[in-house]
Ligand binder design. Structure first.
Ligand code: 3HC
Length: 403
């Protein structure tokens, strides 16, 4: 089935869409990239050109390969040009009215067998699928930023997606060199539900002047060997995207853990969206060093032994991961794969838990609660089960989530 795939459409050629078009063309697919007007087409094409030139300069691509990729890429302002596409990925801005418009058009234009995928990070795939007359052939295909580099794609299935569609999409994902993790349609899916509340936590710490942005980022990079700290990552992902994910988590769960930080909301309102707007936590600051905060929280974090800054950021994320596994939404392996391949974690959250031991993570969470640094009232049951004095048959020192 997958071998028959040839023509792929990508609608929306912003940073993500252009990256997605590049990934498919590099894997040998004929790609038609669609944008709203010629200026947007030119920006999308320039994005792909820059990325391919960089690859050639670094010796990752030969000139011949590049010529082949260029020949497989077509750009247009007309969605009608997708009339013979086998597979379409939509990557337009995160607004349901825009997505609805695109999916209504795609459903009308594309043959009934065409699979339609949305790269949404915060909207309901189910709601998008329900707009079409082919809900069995609609999935989420969630790429990670930068799309050409990050190996994860989350394949989001709805109650209507057919098993055949899921198989085909996972095969396509592998053919473009990605690692698929297939999960149901739930706010934040796997990676964003774990990543974005952690970014939000970092913004809250920054807002409360617990530490400088450099200290916050360095602490967690050191604690878990992460490629970027959370505030630098917020700039990369886009603060508007972070806020949209927090709001959708809040809408779904109404849990204080998912209340967006006031600073995040204000920065978005001010148009400070990170790299894409040129202003963010680092963007636009010339990386000028910040003075060390001297307030109560800063003193506390420096003096209180149970409150290592990196662990203060990691413990709630590990707790969130254990709730996700405990709920049966994703397996421990999927959670770890998502964070390794989507966010460059050397170890996934359940591996970080094994490394630390449940007692250390629970101690951090309890201390954070005492000092008013978290809204998590009680650690996740699956985490508590692993404490040495947990009831018979549960606490066994190992990671219960792998059982
Ligand atoms: N486009 C294309 N290629 C890029 C790139 C970009 N924007 N940025 C970096 N690269 C390539 C480089 O060319 C280089 O390729 P090479 O190995 O073939 O030479 C490779 O990536 C590594 O880049 P660098 O050596 O310049 O930089 P780093 O080693 O610092 O890596 C990084 C950069 C890959 C971005 C790394 O810092 C990382 O993994 N960060 C975490 C990113 C992350 O967590 N992303 C997920 C965000 S969440 C998301 O997107 C979901 C959304 O819905 C919110």
């Amino acid at each position: 089935m997958v071998q028959e795939f040839d023509k792929v459409g990508v609608v929306g050629l912003g940073a993500m869409g252009a990256g997605i078009a590049e990934v498919f063309a590099r894997a040998g697919f004929n790609v038609t990239g669609v944008e709203i007007d010629q200026a947007a087409v030119d920006r999308g094409r320039a994005h792909v050109d820059r990325s391919l030139s960089k690859a050639v300069d670094k010796g990752k691509l030969t000139e011949d390969e590049r010529t082949g990729i260029d020949a497989r890429l077509t750009f247009t302002t007309s969605r009608e040009d997708l009339a013979d596409a086998d597979f379409v990925v939509e990557a337009v801005p995160e607004r349901m009215d825009i997505k609805k418009d695109v999916f209504a058009d795609l459903d009308r234009i594309c043959p009934p067998g065409t699979i339609l995928a949305t790269n949404t990070s915060s909207l309901s795939v189910t709601e998008i699928a329900a707009l079409t007359g082919r809900a069995d052939k609609v999935v989420g295909l969630h790429f990670f930023n930068p799309a050409p580099v990050m190996k994860l794609v989350e394949v989001i299935t709805t109650v209507s997606t057919s098993a055949e569609t899921v198989d085909v999409v996972c095969e396509v994902a592998k053919r473009i060199g990605k690692t698929p993790v297939a999960v149901g349609d739930r706010a934040g899916f796997v990676a964003n539900a774990l990543l974005v509340p952690y970014i939000n936590d970092a913004i809250r710490l920054y807002e409360r002047k617990v530490a400088t942005r450099e200290e916050i980022d360095a602490s967690v990079q050191k604690a878990a060997g992460l490629p970027m700290g959370p505030l630098a990552l917020a700039d990369l992902v886009g603060l508007d995207i972070c806020l949209a994910v927090m709001d959708v988590l809040w809408e779904e769960y109404r849990d204080r853990r998912y209340a967006a930080s006031p600073l995040l909301r204000r920065m978005v309102a001010a148009g400070r969206l990170g790299r894409k707007s040129g202003q963010g936590f680092y963007a636009g600051t010339d990386d000028a060093p910040e003075p060390r905060p001297t307030g109560r929280y800063a003193q506390m974090i420096q003096e209180e032994e149970t409150l290592d800054l990196g662990e203060v950021l990691l413990a709630p994320q590990i707790d969130d991961a254990m709730r996700m596994v405990g709920d049966g939404y994703a397996s421990a392996r999927d959670v770890d794969t998502a964070m390794r391949f989507g966010c460059g974690y050397p170890k996934g959250p359940t591996e970080l838990l094994e490394e630390r031991g449940a007692e250390a993570v629970v101690t951090t969470l309890v201390a954070m609660g005492e000092y008013g640094l978290t809204d998590i009232p009680v650690p996740a049951p699956l985490l508590m089960d692993q404490l040495p004095d947990a009831p018979e048959g549960e606490g066994h020192g190992g990671c219960a989530c792998h059982a």
